[in-house]
Design a protein around this ligand. Sequence first.
Ligand code: ZN
Ligand code: ZN
Length: 441
Amino acid sequence: MELTVLGGAGEHGRSSYLLTHEQQHLLLDYGVKKEGGGVYPLMDHMEEWIGGLQAVFLSHAHEDHCIALPVLYRHGYKGDVWTTRATVNQLPVYFEAWKRYTDKCAAPRPYDDQDEQRIRYRYLEDVIPAGRWGTLLPGLDVCWGRSGHLPGSIWIALSWKGKRIFFSGDYTSESQLLDADRPLHQARRLSGTPSVQGILPDLDLAIMDAAYGADPELQLNKLAQLKAHMDAALSQGGSVLLPVPLYGRGQELMLWASEQYPDIPVLVESVLLKGIELFADYSGWLHQDALARMERALHYPNLHRIGSDESPARLYKHYGQAIVLVTDGMMQSSIARQHYDWLAEEERNTVILTGHLAAGSFGRRMLEQYRMNQSGCAVHYVRYKVHQGLPDVRQMLSDLNDPPTVLVHAPKPRTDSLALRLQQEGFRHIHSLTPSAKLNI
Ligand SMILES: [Zn+2]
Ligand SMILES: [Zn+2]
């Protein structure tokens, strides 16, 4: 069997992994990279495999995992895309956002609306419960579990043509809201652990989220840094701006901030509060206490909903100082810029960026500017983790009994330094690859 990387290893984006045995193929994800009008998975020799494609698996709804799926149908694929119901419910938002982005860049798309309509989604949970092995197609057994990254996000294990392959999808065990099912090798099974954990045999290959490279810190460390920056601003009477994406990190940080700072007004853009309702709809993907925590936060007297076009001048005059959460994470939205323009004048204010900043984004430029000039309000970067770094990858490798592993979801130099570090620690079969690379399994 052979793995071909069509995208996603040695880079951030266009996750896409093709498994080949003789003339038959399975595909894991088919996403895009949001750069220069859109970068799609490698398609040069597509006609060689599309006819023998047996099944496609989709790990979650983010654009870097799903947006290229219609291209498969444009080129003749007639089979299914196996994923979860929660993922399919979220996909229209991401497909629409991708259209707006490519239109804005005047970039062509290699598919049209009809191709998008042709996608045949099937729900894994209807056939196989989480954490159990079951037969999906003749000769193809599957086990899956929640990956803690987004409602509906999953890891997938396959048993096919005598090989066992694990794909982590985007994985984190450190979300405050989302629960993850920890994948475990059968030899590592702990007594008394819940039965929904996936119990896996010896693996021939693991494709593993390592987006943060050799970053050694846990979420706890990140939150301590975040708190230190916020304390510094708030103690001087300043305000804190937290630009966040529409779903996920925004709701987690809103919850955290309102619990940490009960005496400070927390102003939240209304679309982010709507995001809480989305989480409430997906209670099966959450930690047991998550709904109660969210319910408490919504009734918290210092939490205020703000409109996307409300004047920052009026808000800051009214509240004096505040913690403000607005979309989007890279500060590409007008609300984020308006708040920034208002806060930028005074040194006691702080903007804290917490996620991926694409090259050329407003957030990235602002951070670079501040690092050069150190003038105006402070701009800091503290990553809020939704992927794996060194301690998480190390844990997952041990849990899976040190399988042959391809580290993915990060630029090549970052992946190389993590691979080197893990090899030094004694993990024996670590690969750092790039698109078009092939690996014998
Ligand atoms: Zn993701
Ligand atoms: Zn991703």
